[in-house]
Every structure is written in C-alpha cells, then in structure tokens.
Design a binder for this molecule. Structure first.
Ligand code: PTJ
Length: 246
C-alpha cells in the first residue's frame, strides 16, 4: 500500500482511500467500489467528516435493536472488508452476531478473499460461502444469495454501503434492516428500518463502544432506545445538515 505522510492535512481520508485502492489491486474490492467510495467521500465532506448528533442517535438505536434481536447478521462486501475488517469482527463478537459475505459483483474468488481477511482478523465463522444458499425473492442480482444459517434466518441484518436492491426485499421478509450509507437519499437509507447516515469507518467503532455500554441494559431500556428513534426526522435533519454544509 502506498505510504501516506502522517503530516498530510488529509491523512485519514487518504489512508482510507488507499485501503480501498489496495483492496481493488488485491482483487477483493469491486472496480465499482472505487466509485462508491468517492461518492461516500463527497457526502462525508458535507457533514464535516464527523459523526453528527443524529448519526449517533441512529447508531445507538441500531445497537439497542441488535441487542434485542435473536439472530443478528452483519453483511460484508468488498468495501467494508477493505475499510473495517477487524472492527466488523469485534462488533460481531460483542453483539453475538453472525458475519456473512454478500456481494453485488459476486465472484467466488472475491468471496473467498474476503472470508480469508475476516478470518485473519479473528472471525471464527464466515457465512455466505459455498453453494448451499437460498435466493431472496425480488432481487435480480447475486445479492439475493442468503445463507440458511445467516441472513436467510436472521431477524436483523446490518448492511454497510450497499446498492439499493436488497433492503426493500429484506424488509418484505419482515427483517429489521440497519443500513450504513452516507447518502440519506439512497433507496437503502430510505427503506431501512434504522438508516445510519455516517461513514462506516466511524460507525463500526462507535457501535462497538455502544454495544459494550448497553450489554447489561434491560429489555425496557433497549426498547425505549429503539422506539424513540424517529427515522423520518433523522433523515430530514441529515439532509438539512448537508444542505448547510454546501
Ligand atoms: O463488494 P460488492 O460487489 O458488494 O459491491 C459493493 C459496492 C459498494 C460497489 C456496491 O454495493 C455498489 O455499487 O454500491 P453503490 O450503489 O455505489 O452504493 C454505495 C453507497 O455507499 C453510496 O450511497 C455511497 O454514498 C455510500 N458510501 C460509500 N462509501 C461509504 C458509504 N457509506 C458509508 N461509509 C462509507 N465509507
């Protein structure tokens, strides 16, 4: 990976950009993943590249929902594997969630590379690999694949950085969908049960912290946090903040 001088004023942004480029060169980030990352950078700029209050509220509601769920699964694609592989494994551990590889531009090679990365970061089991998958109705792409032990039977799915064809289908299956997408207007953000409009590189570490904090909370307090979340208001505020940012 290219060495970026730590003194560079945009060090962090460049570091993450190069992680995605490096992932593309190694063959596990899709070429379109580079474009997706650039789009994310632009939205992030508009919110000051920080987790704003509304994003934190969404993240806390998301963690409370995960703690209340019976079979939560974190879906991992190429960009997520490049940006926050270790953090995803830690979050899954704290929340007792499954980890499943799920790709839009699926190839077996990419799938296996991503599973290896997650295992190298400590994942004991990575779902979504192999030929024993069910196909989710209403999705034309390879994203329809769902592991019987994972997304297929999950009551909650966390979907970081996704194109817009799956969230609606998962909602139709009565699953709670938590999205992480910097675009508040995307179909994913609009259709998710709890959309988090923030950068995945900040969201996952925040969620780990909140998950630890809430680990001994009772059902009532967790439910209060989930039901207190106002999705429409949250998304509208995020859009206003971006407008102001412009
Ligand atoms: O690895 P694959 O094959 O599953 O493909 C992954 C990509 C991301 C290429 C695929 O899902 C795709 O084409 O996604 P889109 O339609 O470009 O949507 C990605 C969304 O994530 C966009 O709304 C971006 O603004 C947003 N985004 C990009 N980077 C980040 C992000 N959101 C949060 N954090 C980011 N770092």
């Amino acid at each position: 990976m290219m060495k970026i001088p730590a003194s560079h004023p945009r060090y962090k942004s460049l570091l993450y950009r190069h992680r995605v480029v490096d992932g593309f060169r190694k063959g596990f980030v899709a070429d379109a993943g580079l474009i997706a990352h650039g789009r994310g950078e632009a939205f992030d700029y508009l919110i000051g590249e920080k987790s704003v209050k509304e994003a934190i509220i969404a993240q806390r509601a998301a963690v409370a929902a995960i703690h209340l769920s019976k079979n939560p699964v974190i879906s991992v694609n190429g960009n997520t594997a490049a940006l926050v592989p270790g953090e995803v494994v830690s979050l899954a551990e704290v929340c007792k969630a499954g980890i499943e590889v799920n790709l839009f531009y699926r190839t077996v090679k990419r799938e296996n590379l991503i599973a290896d990365i997650l295992k190298k970061h400590g994942a004991s089991e990575v779902l979504g690999i192999g030929d024993h998958m069910k196909m989710i109705q209403g999705i034309e792409s390879e994203r329809a694949r769902a592991d019987l032990k994972g997304i297929w039977s999950a009551d909650l799915v966390l979907v970081p950085l996704e194109d817009g064809d799956r969230t609606e289908a998962l909602r139709k299956m009565d699953k709670c969908v938590i999205s992480i997408d910097l675009n508040p207007l995307s179909r994913t953000s609009q259709h998710a049960t709890i959309p988090i409009v923030d950068n995945v590189v900040r969201v996952i570490p925040n969620m780990i912290e909140f998950a630890r904090e809430m680990s001994n909370w009772g059902k009532d307090r967790l439910e209060e946090t989930v039901y207190g979340f106002d999705k429409e208001n949250n998304l509208e505020t995020m859009i206003s903040l971006m407008r102001e940012g412009l």
